[in-house]
Write a protein that binds this ligand. Structure first.
Ligand code: SF4
Length: 289
């Protein structure tokens, strides 16, 4: 197994995400993600609900990690992300999981919510590569990753799949308890794009690059236009962006009347028009016309 201690050191003064808690997780301190220096997973399996370019024919090899550095009031996986549902797994066990998913034909390994675990996951990834893992790694995060975390991943991640949740700082603070999200998200997307470039698809399957997800919220609380404008002007109009319409009130969303409904067709249509007006064209369909 590669030098685990070198990476674990990063947990001594944790700044893996925008919270910058600076706690010593090796000494039992917990930051906002409520996570010690151990890997916990809630499930792993070939998954067929991701973007078609990740699913291909045999699925995306998803591994759901327990806990999260964001606290979205509308989270659909609250039991995993905040109630700690999951089991501890040693790095050697994670190596076996990744190799097993490859053996089952998955087109990629899909780390779901990995930000708070980056230094613990890298040694397992390196060991799995040593043992024959040769499918792309998808880094599937909420987009609140620090540059310190992303620099550790440089050269190791084939496909970055961050959320771009909010183009407005006040919504990020209010609904995900993520101060500075908009600023951090822009820096993270730029770094991810610098490392991986635009999404490359071969024979219908993604092989490398950046894939952004954006969930449209009611009342334009996500400030979608700001996100589209940033991506088109500062990344690339070739950016693949999955503009999602499946918002539904979950978890504590009903406590916020403005979030306590699905989006309307008009709201989704408006988001698509804005994206297209910014020159974006990959990752979404204009099937509402
Ligand atoms: S990962 Fe983020 S939330 Fe967790 S302790 Fe580190 S800085 Fe804090």
């Amino acid at each position: 197994m590669p030098d685990i201690e070198k990476y674990r050191e990063r947990l001594k003064y944790c700044r893996l995400c925008g919270h910058r808690c600076e706690v010593n997780r090796l000494q039992g301190e917990k930051g906002k993600c409520n996570t010690l220096a151990e890997i916990r997973i809630s499930s792993f399996a070939p998954h067929f609900g991701e973007e078609p370019e990740l699913v291909g024919r045999f699925g995306s090899g998803t591994i759901f990690f327990t806990n999260c550095n964001l606290a979205c009031v509308f989270c659909q996986n609250y039991d995993i992300s905040h109630q700690g549902k999951g089991v501890k797994i040693e790095p050697s066990g994670l190596v076996k999981v990744m190799l097993d998913l490859q053996k089952r034909g998955c087109h990629n390994i899909n780390w779901v919510s990995p930000t708070h675990l980056v230094p613990l996951l890298i040694p397992a990834l390196l060991e799995a590569r040593e043992q024959g893992l040769n499918i792309p790694l998808v880094y599937n995060s909420g987009g609140y990753d620090s540059l310190e975390a992303l620099e550790m991943l440089d050269g190791l991640v084939e496909i970055y799949m961050p959320d771009a949740k909010y183009g407005d700082p006040s919504s990020a603070k209010k609904y995900s308890n993520a101060p500075g999200y908009w600023e951090m998200n822009r820096a993270a997307l730029k770094e991810m794009h610098r490392q991986a470039g635009d999404l490359v698809i071969e024979n219908g399957v993604a092989v490398r690059g950046l894939l952004v997800r954006h969930l449209v919220l009611p009342e334009d609380l996500a400030a979608s236009y700001e996100i589209f404008k940033f991506i088109s002007q500062e990344l690339s109009t070739e950016t693949y962006i999955n503009i999602m319409d499946q918002y539904r009130p979950c978890n504590d969303a009903e406590a916020h009347h403005e979030l306590n409904r699905r989006i309307t067709t008009d709201e989704y249509r408006a988001a698509i028009i804005l994206a297209k007006n910014c020159g974006l064209h990959r990752g979404f369909q204009d099937f509402y016309w």
